[in-house]
Design a protein around this ligand. Structure first.
Ligand SMILES: *Cc1c(COP(=O)(O)O)cnc(C)c1O
Length: 342
């Protein structure tokens, strides 16, 4: 049997989610007629402590709709050099919002210092378009699923706000951050202006992400979503499983415990280096195995373990809803066998 640790997006919907899809009350959501979508948007906003929500087909669309809704052409987007919005969204900030970017090095903590933010903000002037948006990420994917504490988010956001720069939080895995920090997602989102989070990752929905913020922002975002081709019709079919996913947060603690186990055991294999993860993402440095990341991934795949090459020398393992303790044990044994054969 194959143990799929490529991502937390690979999960299959539960029977309850399939039933919810089948039985969903639906209407034309572009006309705001879909009760299931309306309820999902209301509930998402409520959980995050914001005024309003918007259902979008993907996290990428949620981020890019937010970026467009917050900014004017030519402005600067201030973000981490390893931000998902810049690294893995096909240059959308240039293609869809005509922005320039200014990069900070958020470091291992996954968050910048207030001084870094201050230094990165450009005031609008005769020769400067100015900073249009500041973007944070939690958990921080590329930096190893790091959970960024509320104090660091708030301190960074405060500097941006002093300069009237809005703050967007890419919270694809915000509930993992909340779990890791033993807090709730609303606290982490309290001082940012908009948040995107994915229903389709750790929460296990088949499709969809949410964007939340104040009503005026969501009204603008709704028009941008239409512009980007994200106006959906009887979307209650996918919103109904999303509603179940929203309440499906308890297993995240198990995902985190399993990731810790992976990090600990893989770290004992010759040539593999790991650090204790905050959440469900383990980034293993495989440089000393004599294989590059692609080769390592190919080698373990032959032994029934799927992971992704994250850089030239690092490999990402992500625990998810479909992976059990037994699967984890099997995966660790298989990696050990695979390495013994190289
Ligand atoms: C997965 C992810 C996204 C994008 O979500 P998709 O649904 O895959 O488009 C955005 N930001 C982060 C941090 C992610 O991990």
């Amino acid at each position: 049997m194959v143990v799929d640790l490529r991502s937390d997006t690979v999960t299959r919907p539960s029977d309850a989610m399939r039933d919810a899809a089948k039985n969903a009350e639906v209407g034309d959501d572009v006309y705001r007629d879909d009760p299931s979508v309306n309820e999902l948007e209301r509930r998402a906003a409520e959980i995050l402590g914001k005024e309003a929500g918007l259902f979008v087909p993907s996290g990428t669309m949620g981020n890019q709709v937010a970026i467009r809704a917050h900014t004017d052409r030519g402005q600067e987007l201030l973000a981490d050099e390893h931000a998902h919005v810049l690294k893995w969204e096909l240059g959308a900030v240039a293609q869809l919002s005509s922005l320039q970017t200014r990069l900070l090095d958020f470091g291992d903590s996954g968050a910048p210092t207030p001084e870094q933010v201050e230094g990165g903000i450009v005031e609008e002037g005769l020769h400067e378009a100015g900073t249009g948006l500041f973007c944070l990420e939690n958990t921080h994917n590329y930096r190893g699923g790091v959970a960024v504490p509320k104090e660091e988010i708030d301190a960074a956001a405060e500097v941006a706000h002093e300069h009237d720069v809005p703050v967007h939080l890419d919270g694809a895995r915000l509930f993992n951050a909340a779990e890791a920090l033993s807090t709730d997602a609303a606290a982490l989102a309290e001082n940012v202006d908009s948040v995107m989070f994915c229903l389709s990752k750790g929460l296990g929905a088949p499709v969809g992400s949410m964007l939340v913020g104040d009503q005026a922002f969501i009204d603008r975002a709704r028009r941008v979503r239409k512009l980007f081709g994200g106006g959906m019709r009887q979307a209650g079919i996918i919103a109904a499983p999303g509603l179940l996913a929203l309440e499906n947060r308890e297993h995240l603690a198990d995902d985190h415990r399993r990731a810790a186990r992976i990090a600990e055991d893989l770290g004992q294999i010759d040539g593999i280096e790991t650090t204790a993860p905050d959440s469900n993402i383990v980034v293993a440095d495989v440089a000393d195995t004599g294989l590059n990341a692609e080769e390592f991934v190919g080698q373990i795949e032959q032994h029934g373990v799927l992971a992704v090459a994250f850089s030239e020398t690092t490999v990402r393992f992500t625990t998810n809803w479909d992976v059990t303790d037994d699967d984890i044990e099997q995966a660790i044994d298989s990696v050990r066998t695979a390495m013994a054969e190289t």
